[in-house]
Design a protein around this ligand. Structure first.
Ligand code: DC
Length: 225
């Protein structure tokens, strides 16, 4: 692996929901002083806007058209706010209603083209840790390091449920598990950029591991090559 200079590094972190991508990616970005780009938040913002505008989530043409003129901005402050056409949607995009709708809009090629364009613009600004489903396979195929994070379905559902609990959202573990499995299926089986590890990705199973150990392992990998 030939690594770019440290401040220009591109690190792709992909994997299914609840594998720990965003927690790990944020910490790696902080350690290396790189931007963190949460691409899932961008897909969520599109789902949010469609629902809010009364556009049917199943109407591919309308949702794709809407996406072309939607401004999704991730700010790089500590708060990591997510803006959709000037509205702060940071909290709203985490609602279970959005989690249910997002895999549908993420399967639309028009939506993906628009967001991939924005994601590549982010990466062109400098070094980046980007997390999502297709970063290593499609968005940044030349990334210096590609990590595919995974964990058992049971552990992933439990992590998501705990996150929602601490955000004051009342849902049962069973509901979270079912939603997550449905989303995994939709993300893995879609035709455009399905969730899969890049051929040159390093697969890390985080089941039973703590965040610090995973971050340390990734930081070590950035020093190799
Ligand atoms: O990481 P997340 O749960 O916030 O992602 C929300 C949804 O967006 C998820 O169902 C898959 C989709 N997604 C995608 O298709 N491609 C990405 N690069 C990131 C997310």
């Amino acid at each position: 692996m030939t690594l770019r200079k440290r401040h220009e590094l591109q690190i792709a972190i992909d994997g299914p929901a609840g594998a720990g991508k965003s927690t790990v990616a944020k910490l790696v970005a902080k350690h290396l002083n790189l931007f963190y780009v949460d691409t899932g938040a961008m897909y969520r913002a599109i789902a949010y806007k469609a629902l809010k505008s009364g556009i049917s989530i199943d109407d591919e043409e309308m949702v794709s058209q809407m996406a072309q003129t939607t401004q999704v901005v991730l700010d790089h402050s500590e708060e990591r706010l997510v803006w959709c056409d000037g509205e702060n949607v940071t909290q709203a995009i985490r609602n279970p209603e959005i989690s249910r709708a997002v895999s549908i809009v993420a399967a639309y090629i028009g939506v993906r083209q628009r967001l991939v364009e924005l994601q590549r613009l982010e990466a062109a600004r400098g070094g980046v840790v980007m997390d999502g489903r297709d970063i290593g396979t499609y968005v940044l195929p030349e990334a210096d390091l590609k990590i595919f994070l995974t964990a058992s379905a049971q552990e992933r559902a439990k992590r998501r449920w705990l996150e929602l609990q601490s955000a004051g959202k009342s849902v049962s573990l069973e509901e979270v598990t079912q939603d997550m499995l449905r989303r995994d299926r939709q993300d893995t089986e879609r035709e455009v950029s399905p969730l899969e590890p890049a051929r040159d990705a390093i697969i890390l199973d985080t089941t039973g591991l703590n965040v610090e150990d995973i971050v340390a392992e990734i930081l070590t990998l950035t020093q190799e090559g």
